[in-house]
Design a protein around this ligand. Structure first.
Ligand SMILES: C[S@@+](CC[C@H](N)C(=O)[O-])C[C@H]1O[C@@H](n2cnc3c(N)ncnc32)[C@H](O)[C@@H]1O
Length: 279
């Protein structure tokens, strides 16, 4: 999760989903009449979602698009790769103290976050920060990973790899295996002060029939490699792949990219909670 280049290369599938979700939800955003909307993308990583998915969906008259991320390496990469007028990138921990950032930056009309808030253990504070960073009539779109078959694999691997899976709970969603994650998020939104909100649950299962493709997609998002000695990376990933191949898909959900009669069948399942909220 520290390598912006690798992360970007693995992003096709996520990007398709993000684009579809924005096309679905953006028409309900509280767009300004003067078209001068300001937008923040939280957890922007290397900036490709900000510039390739969010930017083309803004009115051309937008005033400001800022990608923020807690990881300085990602922000350096984004600043280096995307020099676009009215677009900027800055470090910010959305789960921390945002008061200094608020002093230096005007509030935003819209805050969008994809696939990031599951990495913030203090959800109450993250949602409150999002509220505080918004303009009076601002709104937000939150796309949060709740369940993921990878989390089940982390748990299964932990006894053998615990010395390298440092702070494992910080990398597993606070909504993981909760009975009613939709209600959990609604409570955070309500307590932060949002007056209108819609929260839905979405599931996805994606099939991989090629191990290299699976490794390419998942290695960049597994957060433990920086602690694992290089000579043990393939051993870790072999075990990860073996466990991934044992996962059977849930019934009743259409499997994306599935091809019948393949030798390799890896099913990756996700459950997201998705919120649109207005201040
Ligand atoms: C899985 S990536 C998602 C990147 C991009 N939004 C996408 O959908 O492809 C998660 C990003 O969230 C960032 N992140 C994690 N915790 C954060 C926090 N507390 N504040 C801001 N960004 C955070 C990580 O550094 C990482 O770049």
């Amino acid at each position: 999760m520290d390598n912006p280049d690798l992360y970007k290369k693995s992003s096709d599938l996520r990007d398709d989903d993000h684009a579809q979700l924005l096309d679905e939800f953006a028409p309900t955003f509280n767009w300004r009449v003067d078209g001068k909307d300001s937008v923040m993308d939280v957890g922007c990583a290397g900036g490709n979602v900000t510039t390739e998915i969010v930017l083309p969906r803004l009115p051309t008259t937008f005033s400001r698009l800022m990608g923020v991320d807690v990881n300085e390496k990602m922000i350096d990469y984004a600043n280096k790769c995307y020099k676009i007028p009215k677009v900027s990138f800055s470090t910010l921990d959305i789960g921390g103290d945002v008061s200094e950032f608020r002093q230096k930056n005007d509030p935003f009309d819209h805050i969008i976050t994809f696939f990031c808030l599951h990495l913030v253990p203090d959800q109450k504070r993250a949602v409150q920060n999002i509220y505080d960073l918004l303009e009076t009539n601002g709104d937000c779109f939150l796309h949060i990973l709740a369940d993921f078959s990878g989390f089940d694999i982390y748990k299964a691997m932990y006894p053998r790899w615990s010395e390298y899976m440092v702070n494992i709970d910080n990398f597993i969603s606070p909504y993981y295996h909760r009975i009613d994650p939709v209600n959990m998020l609604k409570n955070h939104l309500k307590n932060a002060g949002f007056t209108q909100y819609t929260v839905v649950e979405r599931r996805r299962i994606v099939a991989y029939h090629n191990i290299q493709e699976f490794i390419g997609a998942f290695k960049p998002i597994i957060p433990f490699f920086k602690h694992i000695p290089l000579e043990r990376h393939s051993e870790f990933f072999d075990e990860f792949c073996k466990l991934a191949m044992e996962i059977r898909p849930d019934e009743g959900i259409q499997i994306e990219k599935f091809k019948a009669s393949q030798n390799v069948n890896i099913f990756v399942s996700y459950k997201f909670v998705i919120a649109y909220a207005r201040k």
